[in-house]
Design a binder for this molecule. Structure first.
Ligand SMILES: C[S@@+](CC[C@H](N)C(=O)[O-])C[C@H]1O[C@@H](n2cnc3c(N)ncnc32)[C@H](O)[C@@H]1O
Length: 211
């Protein structure tokens, strides 16, 4: 039996709503790929939307570098966001709570960032999502993603095949795209790829794309 995108996203919400205790301790191992987002942004950035902000770990370095930045945190898990809301910079953050595919991101952002939040979507689903991202950025705006990527096209296809075979593996099985497949989707919606860098976290790559 297949499972719809909406059902998968609801499953993700329930999964992350139960994950807050100890989340930051586990994700400390991925701090490098989170900090890489801040390092990839140019001086002068003043408005950023974080797709899948969760507990806001990547925002710590962002606010260290840009103390006056306005951040919009988009996430489906109110429990994950409740941790973010206790951080010292929370007053500078506004929230878009709900499924990426259903919420209104607003617009005119200098940049949109995302880490560890986008490795559960197919190329077709990402085409829809990245079009939304593109439309919410100002001309010349940046989308910077630091996320898990599949090492080969064969592995990418194998993961999707395994998930189709047993949808109950979701969300414990990741279905990342390869770097090349990610870039193809981004370019299909109009982005120009300006940087692809490996992070020190295995299989995590930073992709910087511009409107
Ligand atoms: C692994 S956590 C990453 C959190 C944070 N970016 C970090 O790196 O620590 C993934 C986050 O993405 C959110 N997320 C996943 N799918 C989503 C969707 N379809 N719509 C909105 N948020 C989603 C989850 O609720 C979760 O908070």
């Amino acid at each position: 039996m297949s499972i719809t995108l909406k059902e998968r996203n609801q499953t993700l919400k329930e999964f992350f709503d139960r994950k807050t205790v100890g989340y930051d301790d586990v994700h400390n191992a991925f701090l490098d790929s989170k900090k890489a987002l801040t390092a990839a942004l140019p001086d002068g950035v003043s408005s950023v939307l974080d797709l899948g902000a969760g507990t806001g770990m990547e925002l710590i370095s962002l606010f260290e570098r840009f103390p006056d930045i306005a951040v919009t945190a988009a996430d489906i898990s109110e429990e994950m966001l409740s941790v973010l809301k206790k951080r010292p910079f929370a007053d500078h953050v506004s929230f878009v709570i709900g499924d990426f595919f259903e919420t209104d991101f607003g617009g005119n952002y200098d940049a949109m960032i995302s880490t560890s939040a986008l490795h559960h979507f197919s190329p077709e689903e990402k085409l829809v999502l990245y079009r939304k991202v593109y439309d919410a950025l100002k001309p010349g705006g940046l989308f910077v993603s630091s996320d898990k990527m599949a090492p080969t096209p064969t592995q990418q296809e194998e993961n999707f095949r395994m998930l189709a075979e047993d949808p109950h593996r979701f969300p414990h099985m990741d279905t990342p795209l390869t770097v090349a497949a990610e870039c193809t989707v981004l370019e299909a919606v109009g982005f120009h790829i300006i940087e692809v860098t490996a992070t020190s976290n295995q299989d995590y790559y930073l992709i910087k794309a511009q409107v």
